[in-house]
Design a protein around this ligand. Structure first.
Ligand code: HEC
Length: 162
């Protein structure tokens, strides 16, 4: 004869087994859609801080870091173009290529040559490219300028002491 206690125990075990998938994190639930950051999010998170850091490091003539960060900005723009090839009616990938490539390359060459005047010129054109694209995408209310001070109090933009 099956005792009452045994029956209760087996019911409890059976319900625990039935609950396991749910407890394991809902393995049967559909995978969430991959996160696609907005264009404005990418600009704020990945483009704007790098533009700023390049400007500050350039003022400090920290050329090795300027080169490093220019490369980071280039990659950030590549990701923007991949994630947002089109935004509203704007060909973002084409605009990025057409407007930012030349000043980015000129700034890289200036940093390699440690030429502050040429760097300043290229940086001014890079900033103008930000604003030209904002204007042509009808977000001319977003105005970028060379940084006047650092919001990154925990980062030193001067060249490291040898
Ligand atoms: C290819 C065109 C293009 C280029 C080049 C571009 N932007 Fe943008 N940017 C946009 C568009 C379009 C938006 C608006 C996106 C939205 O509202 O979702 C934007 C939004 C922004 C924003 C968000 C505004 C805010 O206050 O929330 C910032 C900051 C920004 N851009 C900075 C820059 C900087 C700095 C550069 C240059 C280094 C740059 N952008 C170059 C097209 C561009």
């Amino acid at each position: 004869m099956v005792s009452c206690r045994q029956t209760v125990a087996s019911v409890l075990i059976a319900s625990a087994i039935a609950l396991m998938p749910a407890l394991a994190g809902g393995q049967n639930a559909p995978a969430p859609a991959p996160y696609r950051p907005g264009l404005g999010d990418l600009m704020t998170m990945t483009v704007q801080p790098r533009h700023l850091k390049i400007g500050l490091a350039g003022q400090e003539r920290n050329w090795a870091y300027v080169s490093y960060e220019l490369h980071e900005l280039e990659e950030a723009f590549e990701r923007v173009a991949r994630i947002w090839p089109k935004w509203r009616d704007n060909d973002i990938a084409g605009l990025i290529n057409g407007s930012t490539k030349e000043p980015l390359e000129a700034a890289e060459e200036a940093a390699k040559a440690k030429d502050a005047a040429r760097f300043n010129d290229a940086y001014t054109r890079l900033t103008a490219a930000c604003n030209a694209c904002h204007q042509s995408a009808n977000v001319g209310l977003i105005v970028i300028q060379a940084p006047k001070s650092s919001p990154f109090a925990n980062q030193d933009f001067r060249p490291p002491k040898p």
